[in-house]
Ligand binder design. Structure first.
Ligand SMILES: [Fe+2]
Ligand SMILES: [Fe+2]
Length: 398
C-alpha cells in the first residue's frame, strides 16, 4: 500500500525497475561496510513525526534504491528509486507513513554497494519523555569530532544511537567551499561520525563559518521561514518546541525574523520551549556576548517562558541563568578550545573541554548533562520548568 501511494500511476514502471535492481543488489547485500559515498547517508527531521528525510551524495550519476523497514522485521515499509537531483549527484528522499516513536532501519543501494542506517521516528505531541543531544563547533579537528561521535554512541553514554541532535553551528572552517564540508563534516575517513550521521537526524543552526553561502541550505534543506533571506525555522519534538534563529540575517527591531520569533513563541502550545542560536547572549568568552540577544531575544524568552537557550560560537562549555532563563553554550565538539572567563556576567559554570550535552525531558523535569570525551559527566543540572523573571537562579545540582 505504501508503495502504491508513493508512486501513483508510474508505479508499474518503477516496480519493474526496483525488481531488476533488487535482483542485482541482493548479490551484494552483505557488503554493508563499504567505501563511503561522498556524503551520507545522513538524516534530517523535516518536522512531521511520520516523516524522515534521508540525503546522500554520490561520486557518479547512478540511480539508487532506498528501502526502509521497521527495526527487527523483514517486511518492507517502503522503497524508492532515486535519481540525482543535480550535477553534484545529490539524492534526497522523505520517507513517509512512519509510525511515530518507532525504530526503523534503511538501506541505500548504489552500484554494487549498500549503505545502511537506522533511526527512530519522532514522537507525537502526546509523548511526555524525550531525549536529545546538543553539540556545536565541530569544525577543524574532525578526529576529535569523530571520537566524540564514538562516545555519543557508546553504551556508557546512554542509549545508542541518540534519536535527535541539535548542532549549534560552525560545521566547517570555511563553509563556502565544498572541499571543507567534505573534509570536516561529511568526512569519508571518520566512521564513527558517519555512523552517527546515518542514524540520527541532526538539526542545524547556521554559524558564522557557514556564512550566507548557499551550501548550508543545500545540505540542510529545512523548512526555512524565508529561504532567500534567513535560515530560521521551528519544529516540535514531543513536548518540546524548538525555535532556531539565523543570526547572520537581521533579527533586531522591525526585522522579519524578530517578528516571526514573537509570533512563533506566542503560538506554540508545547510546555517546553528551547531557543537555538549560534552566538550566545551570555557566554564565558572569548567572543563577546551578543548584544541583540540580550536586548531583543531575552525579553521574548522571559515573556513567553522559554526555559533553555542553546548556543555555540565559544569553543567551550558554559552555563548561565538570566532572570529565570537558562543559557547553555555547547561549542566544544572539535574546534580549538577557548579558555573561558568565569567573570562574565551571570556565568555559573564554564569549562574548556571537548564535550556534548545530553538533554532529557520527562513531564515537568528537564535535565542537562555535559559529558566529555571519556564519558565523564562534567556537570549535571536540572532546568526549572517555570521561568520566573527577576528571581534568583533556581538551579538544583544533582
Ligand atoms: Fe562561531
Ligand atoms: Fe566556532
Amino acid at each position: 500500500m505504501m508503495v502504491e501511494r508513493t508512486y501513483g500511476s508510474s508505479f508499474n514502471t518503477i516496480k519493474w525497475i526496483y525488481i531488476v535492481l533488487s535482483a542485482l543488489f541482493c548479490v551484494v547485500d552483505a557488503q554493508a561496510d563499504v567505501w563511503p559515498m561522498r556524503k551520507g547517508p545522513y538524516l534530517i527531521y523535516p518536522g512531521n513525526p511520520t516523516d524522515m528525510m534521508v540525503l546522500w551524495q554520490m561520486d557518479d550519476p547512478s540511480t539508487c534504491v532506498l528501502e526502509w523497514r521497521r527495526a527487527g522485521t523483514e517486511a518492507l515499509a517502503g522503497y524508492a528509486v532515486t535519481e540525482p537531483r543535480d550535477l553534484t549527484y545529490a539524492h534526497r528522499y522523505v520517507m513517509t507513513d512512519l509510525e511515530p516513536g518507532a525504530a526503523y532501519t534503511y538501506a541505500v543501494h548504489e552500484n554494487n554497494r549498500t549503505h545502511t542506517g537506522q533511526f527512530r521516528a519522532a514522537p507525537t505531541s502526546e509523548t511526555q519523555s524525550v531525549e536529545f543531544i546538543a553539540l556545536g563547533d565541530s569544525r577543524t579537528y574532525t578526529d576529535e569530532f569523530n571520537r566524540l561521535a564514538d562516545q555519543i554512541c557508546s553504551p556508557s553514554a546512554g542509549a545508542m544511537p541518540p534519536d535527535l541532535i541539535i548542532h549549534t553551528g560552525d560545521f566547517t572552517t570555511y563553509g563556502a567551499y565544498h572541499s571543507y564540508w567534505d573534509r570536516e563534516y561529511f568526512s569519508r575517513y571518520h566512521p564513527a561520525l558517519r555512523r552517527l550521521q546515518a542514524s540520527t537526524p541532526i538539526q542545524p543552526v547556521a554559524g558564522n563559518h557557514e556564512t550566507t553561502a548557499p551550501l548550508f541550505n543545500q545540505f540542510f534543506p529545512l523548512p526555512y521561514i524565508d529561504e532567500g533571506l534567513g535560515r530560521y525555522y521551528a519544529f516540535d519534538y514531543g513536548p518540546i518546541h524548538f525555535t532556531v534563529l539565523d543570526q547572520y540575517n537581521a533579527f533586531t527591531t522591525d526585522s522579519a525574523q524578530l517578528e516571526w520569533l514573537e509570533q512563533d513563541l506566542a503560538q506554540t502550545d508545547r510546555p517546553w520551549k528551547i531557543l537555538v542560536l549560534h552566538h550566545p547572549g551570555w557566554g564565558a568568552g572569548t567572543h563577546p556576548n551578543h548584544p541583540v540577544v540580550q536586548s531583543h531575544v531575552q525579553p521574548l524568552c522571559e515573556r513567553f517562558g522559554v526555559q533553555l537557550v542553546l548556543g555555540g560560537h565559544n569553543h567551550n562549555y558554559s552555563r548561565a541563568m538570566v532572570r529565570g532563563v537558562t543559557h547553555v553554550v555547547t561549542g566544544g565538539a572539535g574546534a580549538p578550545k577557548y579558555i573561558p572567563d568565569q567573570s562574565y556576567p551571570f556565568i555559573i559554570r564554564a569549562l574548556a573541554v571537548t564535550h556534548f550535552c545530553r538533554v532529557r525531558v520527562s513531564g515537568q523535569q528537564m535535565s542537562v548533562q555535559a559529558i566529555d570525551l571519556s564519558g565523564h559527566v562534567i556537570e549535571s543540572v536540572r532546568v526549572p520548568f517555570e521561568v520566573r523573571p527577576g528571581t534568583a537562579p533556581v538551579w538544583q545540582l544533582f
